[in-house]
Structures are given as structure tokens and as C-alpha cells.
Write a protein that binds this ligand. Structure first.
Ligand code: FE2
Length: 135
């Protein structure tokens, strides 16, 4: 699979969140490496584990932040995060049911998430902050 790189257009301008978002690029790299040996079950387990931590840390921190700033589209944003968590739970179920050849599926999901959530939906709160002079 073609390597996917972080581009500055995905930055939202809050370093902590940009750094956390970049963890998804790392996950994509890990998947790419695991593609070479798809029987490497451990590698995909590690990716799923990292994504669980991402959801636990980043998605929750982002939600708390959006609540703190009184972000008007909070509910809609949170709904999207729920979709991420549901999808991740599905990957976990598949993995635990021994359907662990999830490399391609997870990679496509992460790329779409970067392109449609981070660079569109997350970008909206960044614009909101700029409008309010908070960023
Ligand atoms: Fe988000």
C-alpha cells in the first residue's frame, strides 16, 4: 500500500492535538510494515491496542476541550467520535474471532478518518477558535 504522510494542511494548530493526530500516521506505518507478513498477528494486535489508547486519551481530551470552550457543535463532534469507537470495537471483535487479516480495512478507515474527520470536522473547531481570537 502506498505510504501516507502527514501534511501541514491536516494541522489544526493546537500542538498537543496535532501530535496526537499524528499517532494515526504512525499506526498507518505500522500497518504498512505488517503487510509484509500478514501472519504477524502480534503486529495488528499492537495497532489495535494503540488505537484503543488513542481513543481513550485523545478523543476524550478533545471532547473535554470542546466542552470547556463551549463549542456549539460539540454533540455532532462527539457523535463522530462514537463512530470511531464503534468501528474500533468492531475491529477488536473481528480480531478476537480470529479474523485478524484487518490490515487493509484498518488502513482505509484511518486514511478516511484523517481526510474526513481531522481535516474537516476537527478543522472546524480550529476555525471557531480563530474566529473567537482564541487561537
Ligand atoms: Fe475530533
Amino acid at each position: 500500500m502506498k505510504e501516507f504522510f502527514w501534511e501541514s494542511k491536516y494541522d489544526i494548530g493546537i500542538k498537543k492535538f496535532d501530535d496526537q493526530h499524528k499517532q494515526l500516521i504512525e499506526a498507518l506505518k505500522d500497518i504498512n510494515n505488517a503487510m509484509e507478513d500478514k501472519r504477524d498477528k502480534l503486529a495488528i494486535a499492537q495497532v489495535i491496542n494503540n488505537l484503543k489508547n488513542y481513543a481513550k486519551e485523545h478523543l476524550i481530551e478533545e471532547e473535554n476541550f470542546l466542552l470547556e470552550i463551549g463549542y456549539p457543535d460539540f454533540e455532532e463532534h462527539k457523535k463522530q467520535h462514537e463512530i470511531f469507537k464503534d468501528k474500533l470495537a468492531k475491529f477488536c471483535d473481528d480480531f478476537n474471532s480470529d479474523r485478524y487479516l484487518l490490515h487493509f480495512e484498518i488502513a482505509v478507515f484511518l486514511k478516511n478518518w484523517i481526510l474526513s474527520h481531522i481535516s474537516v470536522v476537527d478543522k472546524k473547531y480550529s476555525e471557531y477558535l480563530k474566529e473567537k481570537g482564541m487561537l
